[in-house]
Design a protein around this ligand. Structure first.
Ligand code: ADP
Length: 651
C-alpha cells in the first residue's frame, strides 16, 4: 500500500491542535517573562527583608549600649528636687537594676589631672561593698588613654575644641563624660549641669556579648532556628561573630548579600527612652529630648531646644573640651558610619545558597522547569492526540482496504472452486487427467483460502489477547521439515527449487514449535510468491557465532527485492507492498506482521536483508533451549505436538 504524501486539507482536530500549540507558545513566552518578573521582585523582597532584619538587630544592640551610657552618666531618672546620684551609687545601681547588668564587665572612673604635670586618677569600681579603688592605668584601656591624652594636648594648645569618641568597639568599651551637680535656676525648669573633668569607662563583657546578647538578638530578628536560610555575621574591630554556630562560608565576611554598618553606636537622641527626666516639661510640639550646650557658656543647659537640633549632652566649651555634639535628623549625633571616623561593627547577612542572587536564580530555574514541564506535557499530549488520530485514521483506511482486499481474495478462489466443481458435477470433464487437474486446482485454491482464513484468525487472536504460545524445548530440524512439507504443494505449483544449507545437527530451541513452523511456512510462501521465475529458495539454519545464544534460520529468494519505501512498513499488519498490489499477487498483508509477533513473543527477532534485482533474505533468530533439554525424550515436532496434524497447516 504505497503512502500518499499529497497535501491534504487539515482536519478539524489538526486545526484545533495547531491553534492550541500556538496558544501554548504564547503561554510559554508569558510564563517565562512572568517568572522572570517574579524572581526580580522576590530578590528585592528578600534583600529588603534581610536589610530590615539587620537594621533591627543593630538598633536593638545599640539600644543596649545607649541604656548603659545614660544610666552610667545620669542614672535612669533625674529628679527636680534631688541632686544627681553619687557616682558610686549610680554604678551600683547598674548592677542591681539594669535589665542586662552582665553587659558591663568593669567600670572605671577617670579624673583628669588638675595641673599640667599631674597624672590621671584611675579608679575601678568594686561591687561588694560598692566602692572605688585607685588603680594604675589598666592595659585594656590603652586606646582610651591615647585618645584622652591627645584630646588634652589639643585643648591645651587652645586651637580647637577636642572631640572624644564615646565608643571604643575594639576594647569593647564606652567612654562616658561625667556630669557634675545640676543647678536649679529658680523655677526649676532650667537646670544646668557642669561637666566634670573626667569620664566613666564601661568595659563591656566580650564573652557575654558573643555568647548571650548577640545570639539572642540574632535569633530574635532572624529566627535561624526556624528558618535556617541565612548566615548572619558580625564583624569589626575586636569582633568576629557568626551564626549559626559551626563552619560558615568565607563569603559571609567577604561578599555578604546585605550589610549594616551602624552597630556599636550610642543613640543620643534616645535619651528620653532611658532616662526619665522629671525636671522638664517641655512645651508641646518641641522635639527636645535632652540637654544642649550653650556654645560659649561654661556649662550644660538642660531644656527645650529648637526642632532639628535635638540633642547634645555635655561640653566644656570654655575650656575647649567639647565632648559630644548633636545634630538633628534621624541619625542622631552619631551620624552615619564612617563619616565621623568612629570604628563600628557591621552586620553581614548571606544566603545559604551562596548568595541571594543564586538562591533566587535557583528558585527561578525550579519555577521555570515546573511551569515549562506542564507546558511540555500539554504539548506532548496534543502531539499524542495528533499521532493517535492519524494512526487511527490510517488503521481504519487499512482495515477498509483489507476487507475489500480479502473479499476480493476470497471471491477469486471461491469462483474458481465453484466453476471447477460445477464442471465436474455437470460431467463436462470426463478425462481422468483433466479430472486430476481440476482436483489440483480446487485443492490449491482451497489451500489458499485456508491459509488466509488462518492468518485472519491468528491476527484476531493476537489482537484480542486470546492467542497464547506454548513455548518449550523443540528440535529445529523437525520444525523446518514440517514447514517444508506444508509448503510442498505450492513449491510444486511454482516449479520452485528449495535448497537446504547450514548445519544438519541443530541444537534444540526454546519455541512454540507449531507457531515457528507456520512462520517459516509463511516466509517460504512469500519467497515463492515474490521470488524469481522459477523461484529458487534457500533455507539456511545455523547456530549464531559468538556469545549470542540463538539459532538463525534464513530464507532467501531470487526475487526482485523489496522497494526501499516499502521496507519500513512490511511488518505492519495489512501492509502490502506496491509491487505486490501492482502485480496482483494474492495476499492479505498479515503474514509478516504475524511472523514478527510470534518471534518477538518467544524472545527472538526477525531481520531482513534485501537487494534490488537479487532477492530478499528473512532471518528468524530463535532462542536456544537450555543444554540437554531434549536429551531425555523424543524430539518435539509440530505435527506431534498437534496430535494428528495441525489443522491450520495446509497439508
Ligand atoms: P502479503 O504477502 O500477504 O502481502 P506479508 O505480510 O507476508 O503480506 O508481506 C507484506 C509485504 O512485504 C508484501 O506485500 C510484499 O510487498 C513484501 N514482501 C514480503 N516478503 C517478500 C519477499 N520475499 N520478497 C519481496 N517482497 C516481500
Amino acid at each position: 500500500m504505497p503512502r500518499s504524501f499529497a497535501l491534504r486539507r487539515p482536519t478539524r482536530t489538526e486545526l484545533a491542535v495547531a491553534a492550541m500549540a500556538l496558544l501554548l507558545g504564547v503561554l510559554g513566552v508569558l510564563q517565562y517573562r512572568w517568572v522572570g518578573q517574579l524572581s526580580a521582585d522576590e530578590r528585592e523582597r528578600l534583600r529588603s527583608h534581610a536589610d530590615t532584619q539587620a537594621e533591627n538587630l543593630t538598633d536593638d544592640f545599640n539600644r543596649e549600649l545607649t541604656r548603659a551610657f545614660f544610666w552610667l552618666q545620669f542614672g535612669p531618672e533625674l529628679r527636680r528636687d534631688a541632686p544627681l546620684e553619687a557616682e558610686v551609687d549610680r554604678y551600683a545601681r547598674w548592677y542591681s537594676a539594669a535589665p542586662r547588668p552582665e553587659l558591663v564587665k568593669t567600670i572605671y572612673r577617670l579624673t583628669e589631672p588638675t595641673t599640667a604635670s599631674g597624672g590621671w586618677v584611675v579608679e575601678r569600681f568594686s561591687r561588694d561593698p560598692a566602692r572605688l579603688e585607685a588603680v594604675s592605668w589598666p592595659a585594656e584601656l590603652a586606646p582610651i588613654r591615647v585618645e584622652l591624652e591627645k584630646a588634652r594636648e589639643t585643648s591645651r594648645s587652645g586651637a580647637q575644641p577636642a572631640r572624644v569618641l564615646p565608643t571604643f568597639a575594639s576594647i569593647p568599651a564606652l567612654l562616658i563624660p561625667r556630669i557634675e551637680q545640676l543647678q536649679d535656676r529658680g523655677d526649676g525648669r532650667i537646670v544646668s549641669a557642669a561637666p566634670l573633668n573626667g569620664y566613666t569607662v564601661a568595659v563591656l563583657d566580650r564573652g557575654y556579648l558573643e555568647k548571650d546578647l548577640l545570639p539572642q538578638l540574632v535569633e530574635r530578628h532572624f529566627r535561624l532556628s526556624q528558618d535556617p536560610s541565612l548566615y548572619v555575621g558580625i564583624y569589626g574591630p575586636g569582633i568576629a561573630f557568626s551564626a549559626p554556630g559551626g563552619q560558615v562560608p568565607a563569603a559571609l565576611r567577604t561578599a555578604p548579600d546585605v550589610t549594616d554598618g551602624d552597630m556599636f553606636e550610642i543613640r543620643f537622641f534616645e535619651f528620653r527612652r532611658f532616662v526619665t527626666d522629671r525636671r522638664l516639661e517641655p512645651p508641646a510640639g518641641s522635639t527636645a529630648v535632652a540637654a544642649t550646650t550653650a556654645p560659649a557658656g561654661p556649662g550644660v543647659r538642660v531644656g527645650p531646644t529648637p526642632p532639628g537640633q535635638n540633642t547634645v549632652i555635655v561640653a566644656r566649651e570654655g575650656r575647649g573640651n567639647v565632648v559630644f555634639r548633636g545634630r538633628g535628623g534621624p541619625g542622631g549625633p552619631g551620624g552615619p558610619p564612617g563619616r565621623d571616623g568612629v570604628p563600628r561593627w557591621t552586620v553581614h547577612v548571606l544566603h545559604r545558597a551562596g548568595s541571594l542572587d543564586i538562591a533566587v536564580s535557583h528558585a527561578r530555574l525550579r519555577n521555570l522547569l515546573v511551569s515549562f514541564g506542564v507546558l511540555v506535557l500539554l504539548g506532548a499530549s496534543m502531539g499524542l492526540v495528533l499521532v493517535t488520530t492519524g494512526r487511527a485514521r490510517r488503521l481504519a483506511a487499512q482495515q477498509i482496504e483489507f476487507v475489500a482486499g480479502v473479499s476480493h481474495e476470497l471471491r477469486t478462489p471461491l469462483a474458481v472452486i465453484r466453476s471447477a466443481a460445477e464442471n465436474l458435477a455437470d460431467g463436462v470433464v470426463a478425462d481422468p487427467k483433466q479430472v486430476k487437474r481440476y482436483g489440483d486446482v480446487i485443492a490449491g485454491e482451497g489451500r489458499r483460502l485456508t491459509q488466509m482464513v488462518e492468518q485472519i484468525m491468528e491476527f484476531a487472536g493476537f489482537e484480542s489477547g486470546r492467542a497464547t504460545l506454548d513455548v518449550r524445548p523443540a528440535d529445529l530440524g523437525g520444525i523446518i521439515e514440517e514447514a517444508l512439507r506444508g509448503a510442498d504443494p505450492l513449491v510444486r505449483e511454482h516449479h520452485a527449487t528449495i535448497e537446504r544449507r547450514g548445519t544438519t545437527e541443530l541444537p534444540a530451541v526454546l519455541v512454540d514449535p507449531s507457531a515457528v513452523s507456520r512462520s517459516l511456512q509463511n516466509l517460504i510462501v512469500n519467497a515463492l510468491k515474490y521470488g524469481g521465475a522459477p523461484p529458487a529458495v534457500v533455507i539456511d539454519a545455523r547456530r549464531a557465532d559468538g556469545a549470542r545464544r540463538e539459532v538463525s534460520v534464513t530464507i532467501s529468494d531470487n526475487g526482485s527485492g523489496i522497494a526501499p519505501r516499502d521496507l519500513p512498513h512490511i511488518f505492519e499488519p495489512f501492509y502490502r507492498g506496491g509491487d505486490a498490489t501492482a502485480r496482483q499477487i494474492h495476499g492479505s498483508g498479515l503474514g509478516l506482521s504475524l511472523v514478527k509477533r510470534i518471534v518477538d513473543e518467544m524472545g527472538g527477532r526477525i531481520t531482513v536483508r534485501t537487494e534490488a534485482g537479487k532477492g530478499s533474505a528473512f532471518t528468524l533468530h530463535l532462542p536456544l533451549a537450555p543444554e540437554g533439554a531434549l536429551a531425555g525424550g523424543p524430539a518435539e515436532r509440530p505435527a506431534d505436538a498437534a496430535g494428528l496434524g495441525d489443522p491450520r497447516v495446509p497439508a
